[in-house]
Design a protein around this ligand. Structure first.
Ligand code: GLN
Length: 493
């Protein structure tokens, strides 16, 4: 049965529907693989019973000749940022340890309604703050990939590092991710898988632990563009419980897939040629242009003049919103409570927050509180909001000249765990190509392109017009077909 582990979403769903194997056989195979992969530390908790119960329900529906759903029989990993009823939900923070929600997030419920089951809750950077999965209270996540000739544990990217590690290690066919400033795309690029962040508002934020509410978006991480299309269709949809949810029908992205890009223009932003970008990344970008040209697209130069201000603006807006969102963790309502002897209410708040939040989370709260404080609000927060508007306008102008944009996903390949840890600025640079699309709320995807000279995956990013996930997926498919990325990490775990 071990080859079941190589199957993706589409193959599993179609195989179960045809009767090639049962959903239960699939769930059993993945549950076993998850249990044997604890060295990756991809999961915070495993939920084999959830996966088998969902599988049994799908098998029973098949017996009765009923519809099996868009994700019928597919067991997935759930980033531990989504509230799951009766299953501990921590955002990888000590402050939420032991918190068991009474309700299910809309996105996870949509997936269960579509016939998926849950293998477990995936590790992540604490409150989704990080780019390497080293800020989790529950320990670092290792990538299944190693740099050729070395044995150092490599970063799976972040914040959706449990998701990227599990999917690339083939212990889950797919996983949910969330992306505030790159957290789906950067880990996908680091581990040789696909991930798409849809247009802001496509996937409900209800029941997703909030980081920066004006940026947070959920999306799928899987090993093919087709699998991402299928899973995104299951996850997305209008939700009256999220006031920023898009009141739009979910397009049939899977059946709309078409890798013929004749008549399409793909823009190459000249400002993305930045110092510090790896030579091999630039080469993969050139190769990406060739692939898209081969698929029929015309390649045009475009300008996104405010690109260099995107990262500084993000590191004001995101911490500002985080400092407000994280005010609710006070020791009263959720998880951890630290009540020193004889202490009053204020002492309890302070002790709980001091003990419960990790260093990176504290850093963001401090930055956020500072940029929102009376004397500095205009100098930082208002300024950053203005830059955000200019960045959105850059994209609107560029989309007058092209249908989608091609760029690298990251400036470098994955790095060893520990390497960037004492330099937050170096860490923040990981997201330099990812953050602009987040600030503008645009759909954006990373697709694996090739391995670098060290045997590590590199990803290419496609950014689309608002609501044009189909255009993004189609360009991604054109790249996938030409890249023929079949590389698999060698099993060591
Ligand atoms: N790495 C970025 C940060 O640390 C983005 C995180 C994310 O998208 N959740 O904020």
């Amino acid at each position: 049965m071990s080859d079941i582990l190589d199957l993706g979403v589409k193959d599993i769903r179609d195989g179960v529907a045809k009767g090639d194997f049962t959903a239960r056989e699939v769930a059993d195979a993945f549950n076993t693989a998850v249990a044997a992969a604890s060295e990756l530390n991809a999961f915070i908790v495993t939920t084999p019973d959830h996966a088998t119960a969902a599988a049994d329900a799908v098998d029973a529906r098949r017996e009765k000749g009923e519809d099996l759903g868009k994700m019928g029989g597919v067991p997935i990993g759930m980033k531990d940022l989504f509230a799951t009823k009766g299953v501990q939900t921590t955002a990888a923070s000590h402050i939420l340890e032991g918190f068991t929600p009474q309700y299910e997030s809309t996105v996870s419920q949509n997936l269960w309604d579509a016939g998926a089951g849950m293998l477990g809750k995936l590790n992540l950077d604490q409150f989704a703050m990080g780019s390497s999965n080293e800020t989790s209270y529950f320990g670092n996540v290792s990538s299944p990939w190693k740099k050729d000739g070395t044995n150092a544990a490599m970063s799976p990217g972040g914040s959706s590092g449990g998701s990227s590690s599990a999917v690339s290690a083939r212990i889950a066919p797919a996983a949910t991710g969330t992306d505030t400033g790159g957290s789906i795309r950067q880990p996908a690029a680091f581990t040789g898988i696909c991930g798409i962040k849809p247009t802001y508002g496509r996937c409900s934020r209800w029941g997703v632990v909030a980081f920066a509410s004006s940026l947070d978006q959920a999306g799928p991480m899987a090993r093919s563009v087709e699998d991402c299309a299928i899973m995104l269709e299951a996850m997305a949809g209008f939700d009256p419980k999220d006031s920023t949810s898009l009141e739009m029908d979910v397009p049939a992205w899977e059946s709309g897939l078409d890798a013929n890009l004749k008549g399409k223009k793909i823009g190459i932003p000249r400002e993305y040629r930045m110092d510090g970008t790896d030579e091999e990344i630039l080469k993969s970008w050139e190769q990406g242009k060739e692939w898209l040209r081969d698929a029929g697209a015309e390649i045009v130069d475009i300008s996104l003049p405010h690109t260099k201000y995107a990262l500084p603006a993000y590191y004001i807006v995101a911490p500002a919103e985080a400092s407000s969102n994280l005010a609710r963790y006070d020791g009263v309502r959720y998880g951890l409570r630290d009540l020193p002897d004889g202490a009053g209410l204020q002492d309890m708040y302070a002790a709980t927050r001091a003990a419960g939040f990790g260093d990176e989370v504290k850093r963001r709260i401090l930055i956020g509180t500072y940029v929102l404080s009376a004397g500095f609000y205009d100098a930082y927060y208002t300024q950053a909001q203005k830059i955000r508007t200019l960045i959105s306008k850059d994209f609107s102008a560029a989309f007058g000249e092209c249908d989608a944009i091609l760029a690298p996903t990251t400036p470098t390949a994955s790095f060893p765990l520990g390497e960037n840890q004492d330099d937050p600025l170096a860490m923040y640079l990981n997201d330099v190509f990812a953050v602009p699309a987040s600030l503008a709320g645009l759909p954006a995807m990373s697709v694996p392109a090739m391995l670098n000279a060290d045997g590590l995956p590199l990803g290419l990013q496609i950014v689309g017009k608002p609501f044009d996930e189909q255009g993004v997926l189609n360009a991604g498919l054109a790249i996938q077909q030409r890249a023929g990325f079949e590389a698999k990490p060698e099993k060591w775990w």
